[in-house]
Design a protein around this ligand. Structure first.
Ligand SMILES: Nc1ncnc2c1ncn2[C@@H]1O[C@H](COP(=O)(O)OP(=O)(O)OP(=O)(O)O)[C@@H](O)[C@H]1O
Length: 225
């Protein structure tokens, strides 16, 4: 389980995150909503270990990991621009994290091929990533993230560059795959429909605090407010 305790972050004496407390259980998807500039990406960076908070702590399975480097955490971070390597084909992109972890290249490539099969992407294994569609690229990015069996999955607006129909299809597919993989998942999104479709519950950053948004996000009154 992932836990944030009393996280605070200031920039130039302006409080951004004031007292953030959150628990995400194994297999649970929590959506993090909030207006632009409210600190969603900052909070995700703190969880990923890319940034140390001014105060407070990050815990995983009962261990304080606030000062642990990103590679020690073994958390996967996935962005909207997926950051696939243009010079590698789909199979080598998928194998990349395993090679980084020290697995022999051949074994990593075999496992990547299996993973691509699970994702229905076997036919794309030899393709260069730049000629894949946006949805295919995003699926490869998820396969690449999950193959390393990360302890936590962090998604930063993963579908915002895609068209509406594809977004809806991928939400369901991602939700099913994430639940099968069973790690705590934090999904940053601007989109309340995406939050209610994909996440088990939603929280919203409001003036540096997290408030429960699960009930509010399913209410049309709130959406139209
Ligand atoms: N390193 C930094 N130094 C100073 N200010 C920063 C730094 N990083 C972020 N900020 C500021 O903190 C605020 C929150 O930024 P952040 O990117 O976390 O918000 P966000 O909720 O993810 O926004 P968006 O939805 O637009 O991506 C912004 O005003 C940003 O300019």
């Amino acid at each position: 389980m992932l836990e944030l305790r009393h996280i605070q972050q200031h920039y130039a004496d302006q409080p951004l995150l004031q007292d953030i407390n959150l628990r995400v259980a194994a297999g649970e998807i929590v959506a993090l909503l909030g207006p632009s500039g409210s600190g969603k990406s900052t909070l995700l960076n703190i969880v990923a270990g890319l940034q140390v908070p001014d105060a407070g702590s990050v815990w995983f399975d009962g261990q304080d990991i606030t000062d642990a480097a990103p590679e020690q955490r073994r958390f996967a971070l996935m962005f909207q621009d997926f950051a696939l390597f243009p010079h590698l084909n789909v199979q080598d992109n998928t194998a990349f994290g395993l090679v980084e972890q020290g697995l022999p290249k051949r074994e990593a490539r075999d496992q990547a091929l299996q993973m691509l099969g699970v994702f229905g992407l076997s036919d794309l294994a030899r393709r260069r990533v730049w000629n894949l569609s946006g949805g295919e690229q995003q699926r490869v990015a998820l396969a690449r993230a999950l193959i390393t069996q990360p302890r936590v999955l962090l998604l930063d607006e993963p579908f915002s560059a895609l068209d509406a129909d594809l977004r809806v299809a991928l939400r369901e597919e991602f939700r099913a795959r994430i639940q099968t993989a069973g790690m705590p998942t934090l999904l940053v999104t601007h989109d309340e429909t995406e939050a209610s479709d994909m996440a088990d519950r939603s929280v919203r950053l409001v003036q540096g605090q997290l408030v429960d948004a699960t009930r509010a996000s399913s209410s049309a009154t709130y959406r139209n407010a």
